[in-house]
Design a binder for this molecule. Structure first.
Ligand code: BDR
Ligand code: CA
Length: 312
């Protein structure tokens, strides 16, 4: 099975991604979870990560806290989507599992340096601060990463936090820039994909009907976080973002994209955080990422529902 570290700012959709990974032990071994500042502040995200681990019954998964703010900018959060706790919806108990003492950035570095090269994948579900800081502190990790699979960016579908930028990239564009240029293999699940993977009432009802506590919690989480997007877009379902990262590891054939150049805008006031995707290869710039453009929603929800059924 594939070894992964999940770097995250949970976040209802982050939580569903973590649950999908923990429900798939045959294919995925979650080595650890690292919290980053994003949807809400670092301390709350670290609490939320531990709540999700306990919900899944996998209290053996260590949870670390990484960086509390972006590399250069003031933290922008998203309580307007996720609620004041970042994980509004279900009533999850305060976590009992302790937060690990080691800093999340050092955990990422140590894990990559101590594992065989190219055997650990980084799954990023939030701003890229921790990964960029790890690359800056120990550049040798770049050659040792098996793959970085990130939820972030938007191109054909444009932005969600500004007209040009997707939230995870916008919060720390300097970090995203460091990561995009690191030289390791990168796969991107942008809004172009996640806006196709809509959580319609029928899909959420099927998850609730599983009858387990995880299914109920996912239903409660996504029903809460959908509220904002349903009003905003006027669709019958809301986009579901972060679980596409884990679904790609489980069933890559659900997604289609292209290996091409992706650059991050860090200078312009109007378009800061934009992912500029050379999808049609109109430049000679290096092809540094696989940029997904579409996803199979029915196949995705079939996988998600079937896997959530395996949890408590
Ligand atoms: C991303 O932003 C966050 O609010 C979500 O958890 C997701 O990672 C979508 O733009
Ligand atoms: Ca997230």
């Amino acid at each position: 099975s594939r070894k992964i570290i999940i770097d995250t700012d949970p976040g209802q959709d982050d939580a569903v991604a973590i649950l999908l990974a923990l429900a798939s032990p045959e294919e995925i071994e979650v080595l650890g979870i690292v919290a980053v500042a994003g949807n809400v502040g670092l301390a709350q995200n670290a609490i939320n990560a531990r709540k999700v681990v306990e919900l899944s019954g996998r209290t053996d998964i260590p949870v670390y806290a990484g960086c509390a703010r972006p590399m250069r900018r003031t933290l922008v959060t998203a309580e307007h989507v996720h609620g004041d706790t970042g994980l509004n919806g279900p009533d999850l108990p305060d976590p009992q599992v302790p937060l690990q003492a080691q800093h999340g950035v050092d955990y990422i570095i140590d894990t990559l340096m101590n594992a065989e090269p190219k055997t650990v994948t980084l799954c990023t579900l939030g701003p890229l601060t921790n990964i960029a800081m790890a690359l800056i502190k120990q550049p040798e990790i770049a050659d040792r990463i098996q793959e970085i699979v990130m939820m972030g960016g938007a191109y054909f579908e444009v932005g969600n936090i500004t007209p040009a930028a997707e939230f995870n990239i916008y919060v720390d564009p300097e970090a995203a820039n460091v990561v995009m240029r690191c030289g390791g293999p990168i796969t991107i699940q942008p809004l172009d994909v996640t806006h196709m993977i809509q959580s319609t009432p029928a899909r959420l009802d099927a998850i609730k009907a599983l009858g387990n506590r995880s299914g109920q919690a996912v239903y409660d989480m996504l029903t809460f976080s959908e509220g904002f997007d349903l009003k905003k877009y006027g669709w019958t379902g809301a986009p579901l973002h972060d679980p596409t990262v884990i679904a790609y590891l489980l069933q890559p054939e659900l997604f289609e994209g292209r290996h091409c150049n992706v650059e991050i805008e860090t200078a312009s006031e109007l378009t800061v955080g934009m992912t500029v995707v050379d999808y049609w290869h109109v430049t000679e710039r290096p092809r540094n990422a696989t940029y997904m453009r579409s996803g199979d929603a029915d196949g995705f929800y079939k996988l998600l529902t079937e896997r959530l059924a395996r949890l408590p």
